[in-house]
Design a protein around this ligand. Sequence first.
Ligand code: C5P
Length: 236
Amino acid sequence: MNRKPFIALDFATWEETSLFLDLFTESLNVKVGMELYLQNGPAIIEKLLDKDHRIFLDLKLHDIPNTVFGAVKGLAQYDLDLLNVHAAGGRMMMERAMEALHAAGSSTKQSRTKCIAVTQLTSTTESQMQNEQLIQHSINESVIHYASLAREAGLDGVVCSPHEAALVREECGEDFLRVTPGIRLKNDDKGDQQRITTPKKAKESGSSLIVVGRSITKAADPVRAYEKVVNEWEGL
Ligand code: C5P
């Protein structure tokens, strides 16, 4: 898997998506989330793969273990780089997700799809977590707890904010992925995100992969914004 930033394709239709992608001449790392996937179905995956884009399918699965097993088994037929589940679904649910990926094997792919766990959303503040989820710990403790649980369940990494990436690396090791959304170019609007930082700071803080949406998709010049993100991320 390459380490280029994933662009979050938070669009409603394939028409909007392909208008955006046509701005670029290269194949990209893209993230397909529930907005695009749930309105367009698996056909969206095939269209993106046909254009040689690499995909992080961000459906944040969270259900009983048997249902997540079935869902991941179905998704494992596609050549995805990454997919994710919610760590809050528990160890058994995460183990069943991995079982489905291992069962699918790698016959049609160069390597198995990696599975990562969402810890605490980057739009969640510590006080929201404490008051709404009744978790009486710091956000760092909650993220580390979920990361350890995910690692024990055999997952390949977590989604967390760049603010927690170094702690996760310390706890779970360099090879355990820290995929971080909540990325903004300097002076961009933070929108609904709370625990944010720049691509440069994310790299310095120990992120292994970054996900960038609105800083690129809503930019006046998305290609220029993407190049800026890549340059900061690659330390150019
Ligand atoms: O536009 P923005 O850069 O904020 O988009 C971030 C993307 O990452 C969104 O598609 C969002 O669903 C996703 N994401 C997130 N926080 C997580 C997991 C995924 O923001 N913990």
